[in-house]
Ligand binder design. Structure first.
Ligand SMILES: [Fe+2]
Ligand SMILES: [Fe+2]
Length: 251
């Protein structure tokens, strides 16, 4: 586990502050931690889907992606369907075709389709954990975190894509770091689940970063440093909306 986490600690500008950890392990906060985690898994799948639809695949493949995620979105945003049914929707039944003229298309598709599959599986696993702890699904607003980073994305291509991929790397890396931080302090069943997530989230972080570098075709370390400071600031500044990726609790 240490070899898995070392590059993540290296990549992130700061560790999660103790104040956040103390808040997150409070019994009363378990529902918000799990509900927000649940929605983050869907958002991770959605942003990967957005990237392949916008940058890599033909229309028909794009439609198949939309249909793949639809039952998860219906459940989350419209409370439609029984969560157990979602176990049957975790696989994509169609192969994705890259649009002609996108040199990085296939690589983006391969990495992101696998990522979506894993995030949808995590989504289902969080629902299983919620069921185990008797926590019912209810909608929850999003935190300032991802928004705060995506605000800094440049508005022209391919820089916009590169920035979005770097943001993806930070979100994955921070999630991984927080799972590792939480694991020893929560109910063993939940802690074991967090540990089981580390490997794929660590790979997601690496995939985003590799894609960003490959697509840029040049050194991106300055841009990575820029987002590192933005992310660090979101983690270390006061935040009155306690969530999975929130800053220092101040209420
Ligand atoms: Fe995940
Ligand atoms: Fe992930």
């Amino acid at each position: 586990m240490e070899t898995l986490l070392a590059p993540i600690f290296d990549f992130l500008g700061c560790e999660t502050p103790d104040e956040w950890l103390q808040e997150a392990v409070k019994k009363d906060n378990l529902p918000v931690v799990l509900l927000d985690h649940l929605v983050c898994e869907l958002k991770a799948a959605q942003s990967a889907m957005y990237l392949i639809r916008k940058y890599a695949v033909d229309k028909e493949s794009g439609d198949a992606l939309l249909a793949w995620l639809k039952p998860f979105e219906d459940f989350t945003y419209r409370k439609v369907g029984d969560w157990r049914e979602l176990a049957n929707h975790q696989k994509l039944n169609k192969s994705m075709l890259p649009r002609s003229g996108t040199p990085y298309g296939q690589d983006l598709i391969d990495k992101m389709v696998l990522l979506i599959k894993e995030e949808l599986h995590h989504f289902y696993q969080v629902l299983e954990i919620m069921d185990m702890f008797g926590i019912a699904y209810e909608s929850i607003g999003s935190s300032r975190y991802a928004r705060g980073m995506l605000r800094e994305v440049r508005t022209y291509e391919p820089e916009a894509l590169i920035d979005k991929l770097i943001c993806g790397a930070f979100i994955e890396a921070r999630s991984c770091e927080r799972f590792a931080k939480l694991a020893p302090h929560v109910d063993k069943r939940l802690g074991d689940f967090y540990i089981s997530l580390l490997r794929s989230e660590a790979r997601h972080y690496q995939d985003y970063l590799t894609l960003a570098g490959d697509i840029a075709g040049e050194d991106i370390s300055q841009r990575v440093q820029y987002f590192c400071r933005v992310e660090e600031n979101l983690i270390l500044s006061p935040d009155d909306d306690f969530k999975f990726h929130s800053g220092i609790p101040c209420n």
